[in-house]
Design a protein around this ligand. Structure first.
Ligand code: ZN
Length: 565
């Protein structure tokens, strides 16, 4: 055969093979990369809400996931520090606190300050940008001469792992663009990552969106136009708090705040032309309003249900807008939350659950008194740093070191005192109980684990031990991790509301769902975890897993890319 003919036939065969292969593949598999991936994180949204309110959902808000997407009903965080900052870091990095380094929202950082706790993203090397003049401390009426002329900035300085967004940026030499949006700085910054093109959150007084000089010197024109466009004033008016200088508190806890954020996200997508480049872009929108309200009224309140149903309508409208502007066939959507929430203790106690509050101020005072007896010969010293959020109790190592006490002795002394101090807050009956009468439940001690124990990994080889090991990060201070009984939390006699922080299922249960070309629609009951989100997106996008990722690729929900023989 002549060589040109051989070449022709060979080429023909090759083309035919490709055509056949692609025809087979396109029948079963997703084709190509999306133009845009949008992750919506709802701040404080327990996994069971999607079941509980499903019949009331309309349109394609939540139902785009539950009815058309791949919906994982049993997604649980595998750690015991279920707070906002670590939850968002986990969703971005596919790692837990022992991998990404974020253990709670703010902590005592021995290397940075003993004057105040630092927040997970606070960074004094940067400034917030384009803050309205009225929100600057120096411009307040009667401000002292040394009042600050700017607000301290934020950055992902404490985030030790890369995110899915970072890996997209690395894989495309920066052509993929990555952004985060939230009312809260930590929730915009941490899931987006170190290399994000921008993260935007609000100035809490005015509601105007801002960012930090870590990202840019000034807001982009589209963001300035949004701030100047009267959106904050309109939102305040809709929330019936016109002219407020407490936007975060007063508008932030209403459904209006979710719409306000989604409107900003639309402005961002248009302004940055997301989904119009030659690489896949990634946007994280963390909706804060459910959390701000949920802490006040609890998960079972009418107002929380109204918030959820209102968000359902707002997501429907946001996804319809995405469909018109970019086309949902070009977009992958994901949905999750940073943590769940406990019912209000008094409400759960009415049903007979051992729900209770532990007065931590009392515990701290007793700890300081007993440690002073032992280590300061009765002279009153402060051995515990104030205001750490459970599950962590932070020791003031300077006070112990002054008394010549080493870390092991100090942490073990605190851990040994806690069972008795917790038990002492359980009310005891003063008279014989009448029949059919239950005692009011009191707080229960479950475990206290020293920093040294967590650091050395000397934990039970059980699920419980694994949860604790995942909750460890070191910021230079000594601490003890305190586990209370389920449905219990800190609080004084006059506390209301509820919170999330614990190792128990209701704090760890969140939604996990996907919509888009590569996903096999269905309801999946396999136990999965939020770390699986970044692992799955990275695998589908064909990029490296984030640097500390431990998640599983959710292969059961992915269409085969090639027919399997
Ligand atoms: Zn949160």
């Amino acid at each position: 055969m002549k060589s040109w003919l051989r070449l022709f036939l060979a080429s023909f065969a090759l083309v035919a093979t490709f055509a056949l292969a692609s025809a087979v593949a396109s029948a079963q598999a997703y084709v190509g990369r999306p133009k845009l991936i949008v992750l919506v994180v709802i701040d404080q949204f327990r996994g069971d809400y999607l079941n509980r309110d499903h019949d009331k959902f309309k349109g394609r808000g939540f139902r785009i996931f539950t009815d058309e997407g791949a919906w994982f009903t049993d997604c649980y965080y595998d750690y015991g520090n279920t707070k906002t900052a670590p939850g968002h870091a986990t969703l971005g990095t596919g790692a837990y606190t022992d991998g990404h380094g974020i253990e709670t929202n703010e902590w005592w950082d021995a290397a940075r300050s003993y004057e105040h706790k630092v927040s997970s993203v606070e960074d004094e090397r940067y400034q917030l940008v384009d803050i309205p003049a009225g929100s600057i401390p120096a411009n307040q009426p009667g401000a002292p001469a040394d009042a600050a002329k700017f607000l301290i900035g934020s950055s992902p300085r404490n985030l030790r792992a890369t995110t899915f967004g970072d890996e997209l940026r690395l894989a495309t030499q920066g052509r993929a663009r990555v952004f985060g949006v939230s009312l809260k700085d930590r929730a915009a910054i941490l899931p987006a990552g170190q290399s994000a093109n921008g993260a935007f959150w609000i100035d809490t007084a005015s509601g105007y969106f801002t960012t930090s000089t870590y990202y840019m010197e000034h807001l982009p024109e589209w963001a300035k136009a949004f701030n100047d466009g009267g959106h904050a004033a309109a939102a305040a008016s809709e929330a019936k708090v016109e002219g407020t200088t407490q936007f975060y508190e007063l508008v932030g806890h209403t459904p209006v705040a979710n719409r306000y954020e989604l409107d900003f996200a639309k402005a961002l997508i248009e302004g940055e032309k997301l989904g119009q480049g030659d690489a896949t872009d990634f946007l994280v929108v963390s909706l804060s309003a459910n959390d701000i309200q949920g802490h006040q009224f609890g998960p079972d309140s009418e107002s929380q249900e109204e918030m959820i149903l209102s968000l359902d309508r707002d997501l429907d409208s946001f996804y319809s807008w995405l469909d018109k502007s970019i086309g949902l066939k070009n977009v992958w959507l994901a949905l999750s939350a940073d943590h769940g929430i406990a019912p209000i203790p008094a409400e759960a106690a009415k049903l007979g659950i051992h729900a209770a509050r532990l007065n931590m101020q009392t515990v701290y005072a007793q700890l300081n008194a007993k440690l002073s007896e032992r280590f300061a010969r009765g002279k009153q010293e402060q051995y515990i740093l104030p205001g750490s959020d459970l599950p962590y109790i932070t020791l003031d190592r300077r006070a112990f070191e002054k008394a010549g006490v080493d870390e092991k002795t100090a942490e073990e002394a605190v851990a040994a005192l806690l069972p008795e101090l917790v038990a002492s807050q359980t009310p005891q009956p003063t008279e014989p109980l009448p029949l059919q009468h239950r005692l009011a439940p009191g707080p229960q001690f479950v475990g206290a684990y020293t920093r040294l124990t967590l650091a050395s990994g000397q934990l039970p080889p059980s699920e419980w031990g694994r949860l604790l090991a995942h909750s460890y990060a070191d910021h230079g201070n000594w601490f003890v991790f305190l586990a209370l009984g389920a449905y219990q939390m800190s609080g004084g006699p006059n506390s209301d509301g509820t919170t999330h922080f614990s190792t128990w299922s209701y704090d760890r249960h969140v939604p996990l769902a996907f919509y888009g070309a590569p996903f096999v629609p269905g309801e999946y009951h396999e136990r999965v975890a939020p770390v699986d989100l970044a692992a799955t997106l990275a695998s589908l996008a064909g990029v490296n897993q984030p640097s500390a990722a431990v998640g599983r690729v959710l292969t059961e929900a992915i269409k085969p890319a090639k027919p399997v023989n």
